[in-house]
Design a protein around this ligand. Structure first.
Ligand code: BES
Ligand code: MN
Ligand code: MN
Length: 456
């Protein structure tokens, strides 16, 4: 595979310029006013796949944002790799905290700054360019099918249906995804697990209208205060979640599995310094790596109500709202947890308020195998390009579609991501290292090479 380096060296400026063109398209899936831009990004991905040499490239409409499909069938006898990624991005707000505008990508300090630079346009683009490289150097040893969706950041609501409707053409052997991180640029790792998700919104209503806080205050429940009390009841003094039955399906790891997990390089002081916190906080009896990797959580994502404008307004509000996310681990089930949450949340509400629980998207947790050919191929490829064997780790984030691929297509995934946790995905000043982008393009062809070799 000595054609990889020279090809990258010769074309890397163009690779980056093309990625920057994709980053200029504000494909924010959550916000309907960007619908046209999301469609434009899908077209861009389609053209990029075609230019790289893919066949039957199609922007497939869904009731939501489209899925871009493309393939290259080299030989029906060869193994088939399905590459999944997403071209949609998170909203860029708050805009004023960006050092340069989120959709005007720039390279500073060897990093590409833009919304989606790492999550996931930059990582999707590595696959398109690695594919181009293999096509142009006649070295593609597998069949490839690309599924690049536009709704990952809003829960992949329509991808499940699309997969079921397209089952016939989605046959393959493994799913390859670059949408996660490595520990550090000198410490490669491969995620072998992702958490699931149950996301809910609640509305707490007190009196039927906003009231004068003097005329009525003291005699009527304040929904904001009640909501805060209820949130405080979600965890006990050990930071265990108090929802009855919440832990009943949690797969507890053995002492040796936990020991293995805690061997991953992790510096608590660096972690604290980076976040400028004097101490970490979480479930008693578990380390930080365990708290983000193998333990479920309950987090408040947002809370609002009452008067928050300039000056003072003496109001006793009628309503208070909050958004909660619960990260799930094997073998918790998103629907079960949502139900347990709703039952508990309603049960702790005093009679003086009414409570409504509205479930948003969910997703199931996954663990991926480390003894599969595909994992071994990914490990070998990374070992070759990083000069170190990658460490299997548990990712704290969620990619709900991974569990769905397993259910609908019977296929396991390999999470060969190249980002860093410090890339500020979902935050202002998201960026992606040029090193990481090029490292991905270098490693992916080696994955295909070793996967084909091991499959024969
Ligand atoms: N790429 C991330 C998930 C991720 C990031 C996994 C880093 C592991 C390490 C993905 O785009 C994402 O943000 N997922 C959402 C879930 C989705 C349903 C909104 C998440 O994890 O919050
Ligand atoms: Mn992502
Ligand atoms: Mn994301």
């Amino acid at each position: 595979m000595n054609s990889i380096q020279p090809y990258i060296e010769q074309h890397k400026e163009r690779f980056m310029a093309e990625l920057m063109d994709l980053l200029r398209i504000p494909s924010v899936s959550a916000d309907s006013k960007y619908k046209g831009e999301v469609a434009r990004a899908a077209e861009y991905v389609k053209k990029a796949l075609e230019a790289a040499g893919a066949d039957n490239v199609e922007v497939c409409p869904t009731p939501g944002h489209p899925v871009v499909y493309g393939e290259k069938i080299m030989n029906p006898q060869w193994p088939t790799v399905l590459v999944y990624g997403h071209y949609d991005v998170q909203p860029p707000d708050p805009l004023e905290l960006w050092d340069s505008p989120p959709f005007e990508p720039v390279i500073r300090d060897e990093k590409i700054y833009a919304r989606g630079a790492c999550d996931d346009k930059g990582q999707v683009f590595m696959h398109i360019k690695a594919f181009e490289l293999m096509m142009k150097t006649n070295s593609l040893p597998c069949n490839v099918k690309f599924m690049i969706e536009g709704e990952e950041e809003i829960g992949s609501a329509h991808l499940g249906l699309w997969i079921r409707e397209n089952k016939a053409r989605l046959g393959g052997d493994v799913i390859l995804i670059s949408d996660t991180s490595i520990i550090a640029n000198d410490t490669p790792s491969i995620d072998v697990g992702l958490r699931g998700l149950s996301y809910v919104e609640v509305e707490v209503t007190g009196p039927n209208r906003d009231l004068h806080s003097g005329v009525y205050g003291g005699a009527v429940a304040n929904p904001i205060a009640i909501l805060c009390e209820m949130i405080a009841k979600m965890k006990d003094e050990n930071n265990h979640i108090t929802i009855p039955g919440f832990y009943k399906d949690v797969l507890e790891l053995s002492a040796s599995e936990r020991e293995e997990l805690n061997k991953a390089p992790f510096d608590l002081n660096e972690f604290k310094q980076d976040l400028q916190v004097d101490d970490v906080y979480g479930e008693k009896g578990f380390t930080t790596l365990e708290r983000t990797g193998i333990r479920p959580t309950f987090e408040v994502n947002g809370i609002w109500g009452g008067y928050t404008g300039e000056g003072a307004k003496t109001v006793l509000p009628s309503k208070a709202f909050a958004k909660f996310s619960m990260r799930l681990v094997p073998n918790q089930k998103s629907d079960d947890i949502t139900r347990l949450f709703a039952d508990y949340f309603k049960s702790i509400a005093p009679k003086s308020v009414k409570v409504e629980v509205r479930p948003h998207h969910g997703g199931e947790p996954v663990v991926t195998p480390t003894d599969s050919l595909a994992f071994k191929a990914a490990s070998k490829a990374m070992e070759e390009t990083f000069g170190k064997k990658p460490i299997p780790t548990r990712g704290g984030g969620s990619i709900p579609i991974v569990a769905l691929f397993e259910k609908e297509l019977g296929l396991k995934s390999v999470l060969m991501g190249f980002g860093l946790d410090s890339d500020l995905i979902h935050s202002p000043n998201e960026h992606y290292g040029v090193f990481n982008f090029l490292k991905g393009i270098e490693t992916i062809p080696l994955f295909f090479h070793y996967y084909a070799e091991m499959s024969r």
